[in-house]
Design a protein around this ligand. Structure first.
Ligand code: SF4
Length: 426
């Protein structure tokens, strides 16, 4: 069976791609060309049912997508809550869900969450390996066994930290990083390499890894093990070394007809975001970029979803395509259902702000803002609620103090819109 990328290179496409054309408002021929070049990815396991799946295209010219991470932890396992988080995240617009569970029966949890997810579904297989046994005792085959298991279960994309190798570790050891490595998968891989004095199995046997992924047309998300975990560590030589390695791996993915996207930082001050994003785009020859944030300050605990949305907006303006949400619980604990909702909405606002200036999307995105402005001018409150990210919340705020007229209670009878409207009628 051919992968989507292989089909695209022959000018062929599956029927469901027409849904993507409609969703994105981009011509099918252009979508096919971008897939064939590796400039966009559409994560979809071949085992996925075409009818119930909502495909999402990620990359150039496509609307900016957002991902919500959910999952149990070793300290707290409540599957029903995680399922609810997946449902809420999709309700508020998540374009992908990643199950990062690390506590409980991981195979069962993954399958149950997948049952309620109809957008691309991702995992980080090395987390499961670290739960099955002490990662330091794992052998190389174990790394691939878990990848194969997830692929057979129908996972659409997997984060694999293949960019960790002895070269990048040497850079890390020479660096003056404050927080070292904050990527869970990256840290596990480094610990295994050091203990076993052996090259990263994913890097060493990258062709074999691609063979496994190709069989199920799983998209690889090349993990950024060395994403800066604080402003002090941003844009250092360690990170740029990883950019280069990931760029080389993207080339190999393309040669093998496997869709690839690249993950990115992290914590980055606003004046370095453009450089960081453009460097990734150049090093990977335009691969779709999947960014966590970036958070523009380390000092927003409890409000990190806002720090991340600010960074995501800037990153998107310069080429980031896929935004991993951050919740208010970031750095503090496992998110609640409410935290997930807040995180998705913050990321969604950033994604829409990006689309307002993104080539291929801005005209469509601006329609929504135009409609909102017309509704504001006309005091059409129902329409304003409907166009807001959370209609119930918007309505609750508007009605909690009863306005004395058609305006809202902020300025009451001194409403500027009303005053000028009436003044200009005279
Ligand atoms: S009352 Fe003030 S805030 Fe409310 S709609 Fe009028 S101008 Fe806007």
């Amino acid at each position: 069976m051919e992968t989507l990328m292989e089909m695209a290179r022959k000018g062929e496409y599956p029927e469901w791609l027409k849904n993507v054309e409609k969703y994105e408002g981009i011509r099918l021929e252009k979508i096919i060309k971008l897939i064939s070049e590796g400039k966009i990815v559409i994560p979809k396991n071949i085992l996925k049912n075409d009818d119930s799946f909502r495909p999402r295209a990620i990359g150039e010219y496509m609307s900016t997508k957002i991902n919500a991470n959910i999952g149990t932890s070793a300290d707290y396992v409540n599957l029903e809550e995680e399922i609810e988080k997946a449902i809420i995240a999709q309700k508020f617009g998540a374009d992908a869900i990643m199950d990062l569970s690390s506590g409980g029966d991981l195979d069962y949890i993954r399958k149950r969450i997948m049952d309620v997810v109809d957008v691309p579904f991702g995992t980080v297989p090395v987390y499961q390996l670290a739960r099955e046994k002490n990662i330091l005792d794992a052998d190389e085959d174990d790394f691939f066994r878990v990848v194969e298991k997830h692929a057979k279960d129908g996972v659409d994309f997997m984060t694999i930290h293949a960019g960790v190798n002895w070269v990048s570790i040497e850079r890390l050891e020479k660096s003056n990083r404050l927080l070292g490595v904050v990527s869970r998968g990256g840290s596990l891989t480094i610990a295994w390499m050091k203990q076993n004095d052996s090259e990263n199995p994913y890097y060493k046997n990258f062709d074999y890894l691609l063979e496994l992924l190709k069989e199920y047309d799983v998209t690889i998300s090349l993990g950024d093990a060395f994403r800066p975990g604080c402003i002090h560590d941003a844009s250092d030589r360690v990170k740029f070394t990883e950019f280069i390695i990931l760029g080389e791996l993207v080339e190999i993915c393309r040669q093998n007809g496997v869709q690839a996207m690249v993950e990115g930082p992290g914590h980055v001050p606003m004046d370095q975001i453009e450089t960081s994003v453009k460097a990734m785009k150049y090093a990977t020859r335009g691969a779709p970029l999947y960014l966590l944030g970036p958070l523009v300050t380390d000092a927003a605990a409890g409000y990190d979803h806002i720090a991340a949305a600010i960074g995501a907006g800037i990153a998107g303006m310069h080429g980031a395509d896929f935004i991993c949400y951050v919740t208010p619980a970031e750095h503090l604990g496992l998110p609640t259902i409410e935290d997930v909702k807040e995180g998705v909405i913050a990321a969604k606002i950033a994604a829409h702000a990006i689309d307002l200036v993104k080539e291929g999307q801005k005209e469509r995105a601006r329609k929504r803002d135009y409609e909102m402005s017309v509704a504001r001018r006309d005091f059409d409150w129902e329409k304003q609620f409907m166009l807001s990210p959370d209609p119930e919340k918007a309505m609750e705020i508007h009605t909690r103090v009863k306005p004395s007229s058609e305006t809202c209670s902020m300025c009451g009878d001194l409403c500027a819109i009303k005053t000028v409207k009436e003044a200009l009628k005279k």
